[in-house]
Structure formats: structure tokens, C-alpha cells
Design a protein around this ligand. Structure first.
Ligand code: PLP
Length: 384
């Protein structure tokens, strides 16, 4: 293990400083085995039996995630959705949970359908308001408070210290979808969270070439053991090649996120003053509702995600997205290439997302190129 005095940025760049003890390789191998030999005395002294439970390829990436989030343990999953749903499946039918109205839409749909049919009682609330969380929790009955900050696709901010305090007073856990913030900007466990969830498909991997998820636990307790058991039972483990790629991606997490934050701040400020833009939603703008809380719990920037509400409504928004050349029209976020998306189109008719909203995921291209491309698209969509 490397010197604890090195920063998270240095440790991430070197994947915790791992060196193969035999070959001195600076990059770990991919372990392909699905099964492990039993010792002659009938024990499994290696601690490994079968790869539906875990894989040595996970060790380095889980250790790095634990370090990044200042947690006790980490688990990698086959997707962000399998990581997130495991937090709810570890509860019991009849348990009450609280989740935001504004959150990643596929998880909101899963909670409203599968989780509800399975027996969870789910209340969707305005999580950018601490009073709303306090009103929704039922002491002794609520088992989990789920929040996402900044939250898709309006980037509303939840006060993590307040949410943790409310959850814990009621005897509930606080779980935080920190996909957008990344551990570069916010470490929810430092603010009182019990579980941190990531769609590692996004910033952690950063190259739009794998689907992956992760959980980091503040404690190695009975709830954590349940999460690990469910992953082993359902087999929602990450593939070994994907685990290796994820570790490779995390090595450049800090420079990618820092670059994207700088560009996103610049783009947010410029487009906020653009004649064809109604409003820019970005936690880094002074005018943004959650800015003061974001400043308290985010350090080093306000993220690479922003949304632009285009003047002229849905038609003008879709026309703008149709006229970009550098930005790519695609869903997802957190990759090195910048993406633009008319969000309401993918969320469907019951979405709370404004219909004039374009969601922008800022990558690592030149910020001036990104600005010029979106500027010309806005002007051409408005026939100017
Ligand atoms: C993408 C995403 C998810 C789901 O993750 P997958 O890896 O696509 O399963 C959950 N939360 C947020 C905030 C996301 O952006």
C-alpha cells in the first residue's frame, strides 16, 4: 500500500501504486478464471471459490474507490442500475423509503414499478428542500433515504449534511447517487452518508465504452454484507475485462473532471447571457437556487453537467440539437466526448423535465470549440 500522505489524485493516477510482486509490472493482469482450486485438506485458503461472488481483478478498483470516497469497502457491479437496485433489494417488503422526484429517470421508474410491486413503500419528494425530506421520513419505518446531487437533469442540489441528519434521527440510512459529482468534487461519506452509489459508466470510466456500477459503504456492517450477498446471488458482478477498463479510466479521473468543470463553468456563464437562451441550469452559477449549498459540499468545481433551456420551446431545442457538429447527439454523460440531448424526448410523456431543455455533458474538447459550435446551432435554429 502506498504512503497515506499522498493525495487522492496521486493515488488514483497510479491505481494505488500497485506493482506486481513477481514481474514488477505496473499494470495488473486480468483474471479470467471462473473457478478456483480447493486445497488438499478441503479448505479454500485463497478465499476464492467461484467468480459469481468476486474476482481478483476487482481488488484494485474496489480499493481505489474505497480510498476516493473515504469509505470502508467498495463493490463493483454490472451497471449503475444493478448497484442502485441492490440498495433497495437489501431492505424488506413493507419497508418505507424516500426518493427524489427529480432523479435518474430509469431508477425512478424501477422504484415506481418493480420496487413498489415487490412491497417497498416509496415516497417521491422535493429533495432540494430539507423540510420536505423531514416531513416524508417516518421514524422507525423509513429504512432508506435516497438522494442524487446534483440531480438529473436540472442539477438541483440536496444538502447532504441535513439529509444525513434527518435520515439518521429517523433510524434510516442515507444513500447518495454521486455519479454527477464524482469523488473529485464531493465525498458524501464525509457529509454523513452511509452508502455512495456511482454509475461507473459515466465519469469514473470516462470513455463511454463500458457499463458499470459501484457502491461504497461507510461501514463494513450487516447491511453491507447483505449488499455483497445479493451481488453474489444475482451475479450482478462486473465482467473482469470491464473491471480492468474501469481501473484504467479512473487513473485519469482527476484531470478529466477538473477540465470538464472549467469548461462547463465557462459555457454556463456565456450561455446564461445568450439571446436565444431562456435559462442555464448549473450549480456553479451565482443565480442557481442550490449554489450556496453546492459551494459548501463541492470543492474544485461544480461538475461537467449543465442544462440549457432554449427560447422558442421544444421545437427550437430539438432544432438546436440537430445543428451541432462537435457535440454528439446521444444520451449518457461523463465521457471525454461532449454530448447534447433533448432530455424530455428520452424520458417520455410523464417526465418532470422541461420540454425546452437540452442536457449538456461537457467533455475534454477545447472549450472555445464547444462554445462556438453550440452558439452557431442556437443562431441557425432561430434563423439568425
Ligand atoms: C447513468 C446513471 C445511472 C444508471 O447507471 P447505468 O450504469 O446506466 O446502469 C444512475 N444514476 C445516474 C445519475 C446516472 O447518470
Amino acid at each position: 500500500m502506498p504512503d497515506k500522505n499522498f493525495t487522492a489524485a496521486s493515488l488514483a493516477a497510479q491505481a494505488m501504486g500497485w506493482i506486481d510482486p513477481v514481474t514488477k509490472a505496473v499494470v495488473p493482469p486480468i483474471h479470467m478464471a471462473s473457478t478456483y482450486q480447493r486445497d488438499e485438506d478441503n479448505y479454500y485458503r485463497s478465499g476464492r471459490i467461484y467468480a459469481r461472488a468476486d474476482n481478483p481483478t476487482f481488488d484494485q478498483v474496489e480499493a481505489t474507490l474505497t480510498m476516493l470516497e473515504r469509505g470502508a469497502r467498495a463493490l463493483v457491479f454490472s451497471s449503475g442500475m444493478s448497484a442502485a437496485s441492490t440498495c433497495f433489494l437489501a431492505l424488506s417488503p413493507g419497508d418505507h423509503v424516500v426518493a427524489p422526484k427529480v432523479m435518474y429517470w430509469a431508477l425512478r421508474n424501477w422504484l415506481a414499478t418493480f420496487a413498489t410491486q415487490w412491497g417497498l413503500k416509496v415516497d417521491f419528494i422535493d429533495a432540494d428542500c430539507s423540510d420536505a425530506i423531514a416531513t416524508a421520513v417516518r421514524p422507525g419505518v423509513t429504512k432508506l433515504v435516497w438522494v442524487e446531487t446534483p440531480a438529473n437533469p436540472t442539477w438541483s442540489i440536496t444538502d447532504l449534511v441535513a439529509a444525513a441528519d434527518i435520515a439518521h434521527r429517523a433510524g434510516a440510512l442515507l444513500a447518495v447517487d454521486s455519479t454527477v459529482a464524482t469523488p473529485v468534487l464531493t465525498r458524501p461519506i464525509e457529509h454523513g452518508a452511509d452508502i455512495v452509489m456511482h454509475s461507473a459508466t459515466k465519469y469514473l470510466n470516462g470513455h463511454s465504452d463500458i457499463i458499470a456500477g459501484a457502491l461504497v459503504g461507510a461501514r463494513d456492517d450487516a447491511y453491507w454484507a447483505k449488499l455483497k450477498t445479493i451481488r453474489a446471488q444475482l451475479g450482478t458482478i462486473l465482467g473482469q475485462t470491464e473491471a480492468w477498463l474501469l481501473m484504467r479510466g479512473i487513473r485519469t479521473l482527476f484531470p478529466r473532471v477538473s477540465w470538464a468543470c472549467r469548461s462547463a463553468q465557462l459555457l454556463a456563464e456565456r450561455f446564461a447571457a445568450h439571446p436565444m437562451v431562456e435559462e442555464v441550469l448549473y450549480p456553479g452559477l451565482d443565480s442557481f437556487a442550490g449554489h450556496a449549498i453546492a459551494k459548501k459540499q463541492m470543492s474544485g468545481g461544480f461538475g461537467g453537467m449543465l442544462s440549457v433551456r432554449v427560447k422558442g420551446g421544444e421545437r427550437a431545442a430539438i432544432a438546436t440539437a440537430a445543428r451541432v457538429a462537435l457535440w454528439k447527439r446521444a444520451t449518457s454523460l461523463g465521457g471525454v466526448e461532449s454530448l447534447i440531448e433533448h432530455r424530455a424526448s428520452i424520458e417520455g410523456p410523464d417526465t418532470p423535465c422541461p420540454i425546452d431543455l437540452l442536457r449538456l455533458s461537457v467533455g475534454v474538447e477545447d472549450a472555445e470549440d464547444l462554445h462556438a459550435d453550440l452558439d452557431q446551432a442556437l443562431r441557425r435554429a432561430h434563423n439568425l
